[in-house]
Design a protein. Structure first.
Lengths: 340, 260
């Protein structure tokens, strides 16, 4: 890899925590087959926060399950933390942490006991255990509750404990499946503070799925998946720029006149609404100074709306992220089952 | 398999075993509750049936001798019930999500299964040992040699029955379903095992069922050790229990290996 022939792709591969090539998974049921994942190529670099977005049924969970060695790919290959997911599953597992969408704690054990159990399963040496557990529980503000049964914890506390547990064996990579689903906004913000703090202190790679667009903004790069394929993969900024148009709103005493001017001079169709008008333009921030420089236009107020990831999602998948939100009803049912 | 993975698997077995044992020790009501039924069988049925039996029934004796006769059977019953139902924890773990934490760990599925069977078996042996405290009430005297011999036999029975429960639980998703199936299996296994009556002069259809019942061999071994007389060679008893246990363990490993 040192020769002049080394390319960007090679450099990527060297520093890759995840590299998947043509990864595919088909489920067969009597009478029909479902291609859940139809050839995913993916490189996740060390230390980045990688977001995975997509409507329900897009194949996100199937992809993650294959990367976590919980599901064998039908074809294609993937290496995670330098190990093949099919031939070296235990090596992969030792190097990844998982925080599932649904809780996976033993509620009849204490927080500390859950941590110790995990440390033992992952072969963390006894002499390192106690200190690491203490450090991580402190990091997620659970040190004081370490010896309380998990049963007595709130949803946010459980999720924090799971994140701490996921880091206990010092994984190179932490998978977070909907880390803040079902938490109230305040707790969500707190969770993100923890996640970002952990990411910085441990310099680990985060691979997460989320339905909250404001959370996706925290990601270095985002992959949007739909119908078993990755249909876009870039930084949030580039993705938003790719959607194109900013929405500009202007207040003017003579709005129709401004509208006519926009149409004649720039060919921009504006919608007039009383003293206000709105229109779409490629780069609003660059367009407006040009507009202001023109004499004879009386403009009182402007507002530029940059495209949001919501717009990106809509443009790419034709679906609102709201439609793509998980079946809340299913969660309620699951909750009722657990609560029995 | 490399040595480090072997070490991890052994550690995994120990970890899973430890969790089951720890939870058992912490759960006093369960401990007491699961001893109530065998105690009732021993004292009430033992006394009642014992008095009702006509003297002279070859080995059951009649009178006080009956309680001593069923005592090993009651120990077997304690082990059977505790073992077979211990696997319900797997279904519980699956429902609350904890099973996932175990299944994604870098521990081989066979090790997870073995840990689970050893955990359930240990708890069942512990319950069986508590029942042994009732020996004087049943008119059975247990010397140190008998006790030491009894323990591994009890463990073998517990291992086989736990593996059977686990083989069922590995394929089931609902606790109610598991309870129904286990009751459907456990009661005939108990009744046909010769725990409560001597297996002599039975009609052919029952004779066949008795010999198909794995616990028949376990009860014979336990009774052989406590009372000194076996229906068949002790090694045959132990061999059948071990083979049955190994078969069930194999089925459980298969089921868990397929689970995502």
């Amino acid at each position: 890899m040192t020769g002049p022939a080394a390319t960007d792709a090679d450099a990527d591969a060297v520093d890759a925590v995840i590299s998947a090539r043509a990864l595919a998974r088909t489920f067969s049921a009597p009478g029909r087959t479902v291609e859940a994942v139809r050839g995913v190529d993916l490189t996740v670099r060390r230390g980045e926060i990688f977001g995975f977005l997509g409507p329900n049924g897009a194949g996100k969970t199937t992809t993650i399950s294959m990367l976590c060695t919980l599901l064998r790919p039908t074809s294609g290959e993937a290496r995670v933390a330098g190990h093949d997911v099919v031939t070296e599953p235990h090596e992969v597992r030792r190097n990844i942490g998982l925080v599932f969408q649904d809780p996976s704690l033993d509620e009849r054990l204490t927080a500390r006991e859950n941590m110790v159990f995990h440390a033992m399963l992952y072969g963390v040496p006894r002499r390192l255990r106690e200190e690491r557990i203490e450090t991580l529980l402190t990091l997620v503000s659970l040190a004081e509750r370490a010896d309380d049964l998990v049963r007595t914890f709130s949803g946010g506390m459980k999720r924090r404990l799971e994140i701490a547990r996921g880091l206990l064996h010092r994984p190179a990579l932490l998978f977070l499946d909907e880390p803040t689903l079902g938490l109230d906004p305040q707790t969500r913000n707190l969770m993100w503070e923890y996640i970002l703090k952990l990411q910085q202190e441990h310099n680990i790679t985060l691979f997460l799925t989320t339905h909250y667009m404001d959370e996706a903004e925290h990601c270095d790069r985002i992959a949007v998946m739909d119908q078993g394929r990755i249909i876009a993969l870039d930084t949030p900024r580039a993705l938003k720029a790719g959607v194109g148009h900013d929405r500009v709103e202007i207040d003017a005493p003579d709005a129709p006149a401004v509208g006519r001017h926009l149409k004649e001079r720039y060919g921009v169709e504006a919608r007039v609404n009383g003293a206000g008008l709105s229109f779409q333009v490629k780069d609003g921030a660059a367009f407006l100074p040009r507009l202001f420089a023109e004499p004879g236009l009386d403009i009182e107020r402007v507002e530029v709306h940059r495209p949001t990831l919501e717009d990106v999602f809509l443009a790419l998948t034709g679906k609102q992220i709201r439609d793509a939100a998980p079946d809340l009803f299913a969660n309620i049912k699951a909750g009722a089952r657990r609560g029995r | 398999m490399n040595p480090s993975q072997t070490r991890h698997n052994l550690m995994g077995i120990y970890t899973i075993w430890l969790r089951d044992v720890r939870r058992f020790v912490r759960d006093r009501p369960r401990m007491i509750g699961s001893l109530a039924q065998p105690t009732l069988f021993l004292l009430v049925l033992g006394t009642g049936l014992g008095h009702g039996l006509v003297k002279g029934t070859a080995r059951a004796g009649g009178g006080e001798g009956y309680m001593a006769f069923i005592f090993p059977g009651i120990v077997a019953m304690t082990i059977l019930f505790t073992s077979a139902f211990s696997a319900i924890s797997v279904i519980w773990d699956r429902e609350v999500g904890f099973l996932k934490e175990v299944l994604v760990a870098p521990v081989a599925r066979w090790a997870v299964t073995v840990g689970k069977v050893l955990g359930g078996a240990t708890v069942a042996v512990a319950q069986g040992c508590i029942m042994l405290l009732l020996a004087p009430l049943a008119g059975v005297s247990l010397g140190p040699v008998t006790l030491v011999t009894l323990l591994p036999v009890m463990f073998l029975v517990a291992f086989a029955m736990t593996a059977m429960g686990l083989a069922a639980a590995a394929r089931m998703r609902s606790m109610q379903g598991f309870t129904v199936i286990m009751n459907f299996m456990v009661l005939p296994i108990f009744f046909l095992s010769g725990a409560m009556f001597p297996l002599e002069g039975l009609p052919t259809w029952m004779e066949v069922l008795v010999h198909a019942d794995p616990l028949t061999y376990g009860v014979d071994a336990l009774r052989g050790v406590t009372a000194g007389t076996f229906d068949r060679p002790p090694l045959a008893d132990l061999g059948v229990m071990a083979a049955f246990g190994a078969g069930m363990l194999g089925l459980s490993v298969l089921a868990f290996s397929r689970e995502g």
